[in-house]
Design a protein around this ligand. Structure first.
Ligand code: ADP
Length: 589
């Protein structure tokens, strides 16, 4: 049964608030960042008020004492120092908190994914998960740090500076604030045009590249079909389109800076005219100009706030959706330790479905300890699914899986899985040293134990031939090793774990005879003295098994020894005759 999909979500404000929990441990630093942000805003006001005083002291009223003039002149560097320190601390602390918060969120999401049961992964897309952990966490960071910081710091500066401006000369300030957007309008329009043209140019650039690639790699076909002229024409069209987009960009970009200058000049003329008419003192004029200048930054940032918030809300939703996904396989609160399994594994009327379709139906099976059970049957019969129920990767929808009489749902996952080793078809190796790959799952094993396991898995010799022996890094997914070598490492890993129960999915891919023999010998070592459930693809495995279980369409059709089933002459015999030609890796799965 599948319950742990990523639940769909809509952009909700309370999700965003939930993300704030991540901020709590760092509230002191966060508070500090806000405080310094506010101090930084205050320095804008101080400059607006201070610079005109300096102006006055220098050019205006020359009667003041030299020491007072010096003190006033020193005021500006002092304010600038406070501005620099507060700006730095505010930005540093905010980045610290933000970066720390994404680190925590990433770890939390990753940890949650680690703990989710397998069915979650059936419904997830790898790329999507990666992008959530990478990009969305990054985006969400800005949701809780820069958005909050902007939402506090800039309105503060805005109110303080605008208040001072209105107090100084409300007519001038109001006119400036109302007219400013009008002046900025053409700039915004052309800015948007530039962005649009640049996006089109970028897309078209991609098309040029793919055309070139297609044409050059397909040059034989082009020539054979005598399509050279057609190709030339198509390429010309794409290139000419690029020319058009680029000219659009050039026009807008080059119009932009004269326009900004023009607007600034008109604004300055209007302000100067007003100053002349109202017989304003130059210091007052400076104060007003500086005030307008310091308003620009908060207004610009606040106008972007909405977009940033929207983007980060979407990311927040995508992160929380993962954190809200629930495992369908959960440990019972009163789960006990499963004692080492001594007697048997038993399936009682087990039925299972992934989605709506039943994959196992009323499967009952007893596996006495120490026996080897081979699962055979056509592809899609449910063999892998049955195997997956034993380490409790999934729970049956109906029926029970018991080990020594205990339902798996009553025991801890750790005590269950520590008794099981799984060797799958596609050997999973991590990009680490050979030693650590063998030790995976038994990290406390000594070097001697690792080596002993490798010897028993017939891997020791080839490992010594690697450039750095046991310390050779195997490359991503073990690319630097052959198929047979990878399998033997996986077998060494299982031998080292020394499990009571071994689940084996025999590889279907053919190995050369020598590797095949080495892998087979390694498997024989591994199997000894354990309960083994194997999805069998080789005739030799099937023949050696104590019990052969023939599955078809989720049901057990036949069960018995090789000789019994051959004599019975039903499905097993048909599969056998059809698919085993000699003893190579066959297709019983
Ligand atoms: P076998 O190992 O015998 O080839 P499986 O146990 O892999 O068979 O599959 C049995 C059936 O379950 C098949 O029809 C398969 O399509 C379906 N199935 C297997 N895995 C999944 C999954 N993760 N999600 C949905 N259906 C699945």
């Amino acid at each position: 049964m599948t319950t742990s999909e990523i639940p769909p979500r809509s952009g909700q404000f309370q999700n965003w608030l939930r993300l704030f929990a991540f901020l709590t441990p760092y509230r002191a630093r966060f508070g500090g960042a806000l405080l310094f942000g506010v101090v930084n805003g205050l320095t804008s006001l101080a400059l607006m008020k201070g610079v005109p005083r300096v102006w006055d002291a220098v050019f205006g009223n020359r009667s003041s004492s030299p020491s007072l003039a010096a003190a006033i002149i020193l005021l500006v560097p002092l304010i600038m120092l406070a501005r620099a320190i507060s700006g730095y601390l505010s930005a540093y602390l905010m980045s610290w908190v933000g970066t720390r918060v994404i680190t925590d969120i990433r770890q939390k999401v990753f940890a949650h994914i680690q703990d989710l049961s397998l069915d979650f992964f059936n419904h997830s897309n790898v790329g999507d998960l990666i992008s959530r952990i990478n990009n969305d966490c990054q985006q969400a960071q800005s949701a809780i740090t820069s958005v909050v910081a902007d939402a506090i710091k800039h309105p503060f500066t805005l109110i303080v500076v605008a208040g001072a401006l209105l107090h100084k000369d409300w007519r001038f300030s109001l006119a400036a604030v109302l007219l400013a957007p009008l002046c900025i309008l053409p700039i915004t329009i052309y800015g948007r045009k530039v962005r649009r043209a640049s996006k089109l140019a970028q897309e078209n650039q991609g098309e040029i590249v793919s055309r070139l690639h297609e044409n050059i790699t397909g040059v034989r076909v082009v020539k054979a079909f005598h399509m050279e002229e057609h190709e030339k024409q198509k390429f010309w069209e794409t290139c000419f389109r690029q020319f058009g987009y680029q000219m659009k960009m050039v026009r807008s970009i080059n119009i932009l800076s004269p326009m900004i200058e023009l607007v600034a000049a008109m604004g300055a003329s209007a302000a100067l005219y007003y100053a002349w008419q109202s017989q304003m003192r130059s210091a007052d004029f400076w104060e007003l100009l500086l005030g307008i200048f310091f308003l620009y930054d908060p207004i610009k940032n606040l106008s972007k706030l909405h977009t940033t918030l929207q983007k980060s809300l979407a990311s927040t939703d995508r992160i929380l959706a993962i954190l809200d996904a629930k495992s369908s396989v959960v440990e019972a609160p009163a789960a006990r330790e499963l004692a080492p399994v001594r007697a048997e594994i038993r399936l009682e009327k087990v039925s299972f479905r992934y989605d709506s379709q039943w994959v196992l139906r009323e499967v009952s099976l007893a596996i006495p300890h120490g026996t080897t059970v081979a699962l055979v049957g056509p592809s899609g019969a449910g063999k892998t699914t049955l195997l997956n129920l034993l380490p409790r990767f999934y729970d049956p929808a109906e029926g029970r899986v018991l080990m020594d009489g205990t339902d798996l749902r009553e025991v801890t996952l750790r005590s269950l899985r520590s008794q099981i080793a799984l060797v799958t078809q596609d050997t999973i190796l991590f990009n680490d040293t050979i030693r650590n790959n063998i030790r995976y799952g038994s990290m406390e094993a000594s070097e001697a134990q690792v080596e002993a396991a490798a010897r028993r898995a017939h891997a020791h010799d080839f490992i010594l031939h690697q450039p750095f022996g046991y310390d050779t890094v195997v490359g991503e997914k073990g690319v630097k090793l052959s198929g047979g070598q990878k399998q033997r490492l996986a077998i060494a890993r299982a031998i080292l774990k020394n499990p009571r129960i071994l689940l084996l999915d025999e590889a279907t891919s053919a190995l050369d005879t020598e590797s095949e023999r080495a892998v087979q010998a390694a498997l024989d070592e591994l199997i000894q003295g354990r309960t083994v459930v194997v999805i069998a693809h080789r005739l030799s495995t099937v023949q050696k098994a104590d019990i052969i279980v023939v599955l078809d369409d989720g049901r057990i059709m036949e069960q018995g020894s090789h000789a019994d089933l051959m004599a019975g002459g039903k499905l097993y015999r048909r599969l056998h005759d059809l698919q085993f030609h000699g003893d190579g890796p066959g297709g019983l799965g």
